[in-house]
Design a protein around this ligand. Structure first.
Ligand SMILES: NC(=O)c1ccc[n+]([C@@H]2O[C@H](COP(=O)([O-])OP(=O)(O)OC[C@H]3O[C@@H](n4cnc5c(N)ncnc54)[C@H](OP(=O)(O)O)[C@@H]3O)[C@@H](O)[C@H]2O)c1
Length: 306
């Protein structure tokens, strides 16, 4: 019998999927919910032995069924772009169910800290829900809790995420950004998030009560695009907005606000994950590993000129 059964939120997604696969690789039981048990992601999880239940995070009855027998929880939610506080409410409800079934350790993946004092509308909306949930978790009565604060996902430069954050980038290879080519982004490989979650479950005493910023590598944005261009042979490039162009661009595309967060993470605060002695990836290695996905994402982009 496996020593633990872990409920993994959003296992059909990027970081939850990595957590589920890494846990299954050494034989722990994994249970999750999805809104579509027929999706390729849900089917792939089922094929490696994950128990995949139909259910929505707003459906307490479905969650209670899916949580039966679980003693650990990887908590990871999605912002509702039309109702940001909903993420906090969903989180509280899931934690109540986890408490009721006797979960002993919750590893919550929230988001990198935006330093106080900077003006960033996202801190007061999407990030507020995550901060509220961090605080709630710390007093929710679990024997162990751990808070992971990942930076900018390397997978944001791949489909399907790239289409959400940079609408035209997958089709044209052109990113419109409010920072410069030398701006270092606090990049995280989702497999590294999973490695920390797994380590926390394995060593609860060491990880209990910790808030851990997770960054695999600080990568200048221009270098990230060059790396993708080299790997794919495609012309991946950026329009770097000038300061006097940013307000007008944000009025047209409010997702550009997300990028202000990236400008405001001090490098020194973005690297403490490494001090845990867990090997972390680099953007180069991420692109090598995901090369097929990069080729597929940018398949319509013109080739680099010789
Ligand atoms: N992208 C970044 O740079 C970054 C950085 C820091 C933090 N984050 C945070 O990371 C989280 C997203 O993680 P991710 O990128 O790994 O996720 P993802 O790949 O976008 O996957 C999200 C998953 O959530 C599930 N889901 C969404 N709404 C649901 C609902 N109402 N009920 C049940 N399941 C639901 C979906 O499952 P089904 O469709 O199968 O139901 C989907 O597989 C967000 O909270 C984001 O703020 C992101």
């Amino acid at each position: 019998m496996a020593p633990h059964t872990v409920f993994v939120c959003a296992a059909t997604g990027c970081q939850g999927g990595a957590v589920a696969r890494q846990l299954r690789a050494f034989g722990w039981e994994v249970q999750t919910t999805t809104r579509n048990t027929d999706s390729p992601a849900a089917q792939a999880l089922a094929s490696i032995g994950v128990k995949v239940y139909a259910g929505d995070w707003n459906d307490a009855a479905a969650l209670e069924v899916a949580f039966a027998g679980c003693d650990l929880l990887f908590l990871n939610l999605m912002p509702d772009m039309t109702n940001f506080p909903a993420e906090f409410e969903q989180g509280q409800n899931i934690l109540r169910i986890a408490n009721a079934v006797g979960v002993t350790h919750v590893v919550y993946s929230s988001g990198i800290d935006i330093p106080p004092g900077k003006s960033n509308p996202f801190r007061d909306t999407a990030f507020k829900a995550k901060k509220d949930l961090e605080r709630y978790l710390s007093t929710a009565g679990f024997q162990y809790w751990t808070n992971l604060r990942p930076g900018f996902f390397m997978a944001n430069l791949l489909s399907p995420k790239v289409n959400f954050m940079y609408p035209e980038a997958a089709e044209t290879g052109r990113y419109t950004v409010i920072f410069g080519p030398d701006t270092p982004l606090p990049m995280i490989d989702h497999e590294d998030i999973a490695a920390f979650a797994v380590a926390a479950f394995q060593q609860p005493d060491r990880f209990h009560g910790q808030h851990i910023t997770l960054v695999s590598e600080m990568v200048p944005f221009g270098r990230a695009l060059e790396t993708i261009s080299r790997a794919t042979g495609k012309n991946i490039h950026a329009k770097y907005l000038k300061d006097d162009e940013i307000d007008a661009a944000m009025a047209k595309n409010r997702l550009l606000v997300l990028q202000t967060t990236l400008k405001e993470v001090p490098v020194s605060e973005a690297t403490d994950g490494k001090s845990w002695g867990i090997a972390m990836g680099t953007f180069e290695r991420f692109v090598e590993r995901e090369k097929t996905e990069f080729l597929e994402t940018y398949r319509n982009v013109e080739a680099l000129k010789e």
